[in-house]
Design a protein around this ligand. Structure first.
Ligand code: CO
Length: 211
């Protein structure tokens, strides 16, 4: 049997088990999607959002990309964000990065990776904002992990800078924004930054006053 065929077999077994333990399970999920959370995470296969938070189908709306970025020109991210905030009305948005992130690591050196350079450029910009703080750290691993943390915080701020989030803050007093980092060594998620609705930004120029 091919490896991919096993996935399909496992899927059948899972669906059967779910039906047996809860006959109405799929019927309920077909009719409604009302997650409280939008998760913006890294594509890394070692950081599966539902597994590490023990959440069930229907509980988290998920967007993943390399290094959990919130890029303000990324139509994919913005579409997910707008739908999550305006239609699903999620109460929380979690940006969850992780230590040992290959995307951030790739952005920290001067090697050219082709098309991915365009994406990594956003992380290099975060490095530039915080270069003094990062370069002061003695080891490469510490510098990498600090940039990972600062990058997560920057992406939370990027969410707060969108008119989508600011409009929802004004109208519904939600969503609450969170920056979390996952540690591959112990499986623990540690909160880094917390932005309740209507938090102010360091630079008022990003706050729209006519939404
Ligand atoms: Co990663």
């Amino acid at each position: 049997m091919q490896r991919y065929e096993l996935l399909l077999l496992e899927n059948k077994a899972w669906a059967k088990e779910m039906r047996e333990t809860d006959p109405d399970y799929f019927e309920r999920l077909v009719n409604v999607q009302k997650p409280d959370f939008l998760w913006i995470g890294c594509s890394d296969s070692r950081v599966p959002p539902d597994k590490i938070t023990q959440t069930q189908p229907g509980e988290i709306f998920i967007h993943r990309n390399i290094a959990n970025m919130v890029v303000h020109t990324d139509l994919n991210l913005l579409s997910v964000l707008q739908y999550a905030v305006e239609v699903l009305k999620v109460k929380h948005i979690i940006v969850c990065g992780h230590y040992n992130c290959g995307g951030v690591k790739a952005a920290m050196n001067r090697h050219s990776y082709g098309i991915i350079n365009k994406w990594l450029r956003n992380i290099k910009d975060v490095y530039r904002y915080h270069q003094q703080e990062i370069d002061r750290l003695p080891t490469e691993e510490e510098r990498l992990n600090r940039l990972i943390e600062l990058n997560i915080k920057e992406q939370v701020l990027n969410l707060a800078k969108t008119s989508i989030v600011q409009k929802a803050w004004k109208e519904y007093n939600q969503p609450h924004l969170h920056g979390w980092v996952y540690d591959l060594h112990d499986g623990i998620i540690r909160p880094l930054l917390d932005m309740p609705a209507n938090s102010h930004l360091d630079f008022p120029i990003y706050e729209y006053d006519d939404l």
